[in-house]
Design a protein around this ligand. Structure first.
Ligand code: AMP
Length: 283
């Protein structure tokens, strides 16, 4: 049976009652196949699975979609029931941030080399918001394992930094990106897209695959492969690329231009005003 908990004071004891190892799957709700894959992996490895649903105001900029972000707790709860989640933890904003005006002093700020690049360039303070909520959720739930999607690759590296820096005894598990048949990565924000825009958006993944192919062929340097990806996308004026870049798999640093393996290619692009991210590993 799946139980819904809204109060911080209840969650820790209830999770302990279900038994360890405890898994946490942090989400902002509007659950889809990507989230379900995380839940399945957590179920396979842990005794108790806690899915958290919290649209974290701290990780949204002033001109972003916090107010219109899709929220449907009833459907999310049903999905969790169907997937045999033990606990859905869906706290209110007040429960998590009793004094949000004074949050500045409690913000966890990840280092610039991880957090002020790529998505962090346009989404200032986004990753501080992510770190602050993830640390809070970890403190509340005390999970043994935490499941994150590779879809949000930069976030994954930053969460690894968080766990290392604060010596948090939680294993971080990375889960592969789940895609629609078209190749478009599942995202709660896909709900904002029309069917036509979704088809258009699937070219984002095509560009990533092209970069991969070009690196595999052995004749392209990483910079040339990225450029070819941009040239491919330039034929679709509806897709506005924010960045198409590469990072070293090892430590998320800027890649040596002669490197051909252990590289991630990452993209952020806007389609119809909807910001989408995706990435691929280049071997
Ligand atoms: P969100 O609700 O968007 O904050 O996402 C919650 C978790 O689900 C994050 O760890 C995401 O990386 C992960 N996630 C979102 N979309 C996907 C996807 N298409 N495939 C795999 N994981 C995903």
């Amino acid at each position: 049976m799946t139980i819904l908990i809204e109060l911080v004071k209840d969650i820790k004891t209830r999770a302990e009652e279900f038994g360890r190892p405890i898994a946490i799957v942090p989400t902002m709700g509007a659950l889809h196949a990507g989230h379900i894959s995380l839940i399945k992996m957590a179920k396979a490895e842990c005794k108790t699975v806690v899915v958290t649903i919290f649209v974290n105001p701290l990780q949204f900029g002033p001109n972003e979609d916090f107010n219109k972000y899709p929220r449907d707790l009833e459907t999310d709860f049903k999905i969790c029931q169907e997937n045999e989640v033990d606990i859905v933890f869906a706290p209110t904003k007040e429960e998590i941030y009793p004094d949000i005006n004074k949050i500045e002093q409690d913000l966890i700020v990840p280092p610039d080399n991880l957090a002020s690049v790529l998505c962090g360039k346009t989404r200032q303070n986004h990753f501080s918001g992510v770190c602050t909520i993830v640390k809070k959720l970890f403190d509340i739930v005390t999970p043994d394992y935490a499941y994150f999607g590779e879809k949000d690759l930069q976030q994954l590296y930053i969460v690894r930094w968080l766990v290392k820096t604060f010596t948090i005894p939680t294993f971080i598990r990375a889960c592969p990106i789940i895609r629609e048949a078209s190749g478009l990565a599942y995202s709660s924000r896909n709900k904002y897209l029309t069917e036509e825009q979704k088809i258009m958006a699937s070219n984002i993944y095509k560009a990533l695959k092209l970069a991969k192919q070009n690196i595999r062929s052995g004749i392209f340097t990483i910079n040339k492969a990225l450029l070819e990806g941009l040239i491919f996308l330039s034929q679709f004026p509806e897709i506005k690329v924010e960045y198409l870049d590469a990072r070293d798999k090892e430590d998320f640093s800027i890649v040596d231009k002669n490197k051909t393996g252990g590289i991630y290619c990452l993209i952020a692009a806007n389609v119809g005003g909807v910001r989408l991210i995706d990435n691929i590993e280049l071997q």
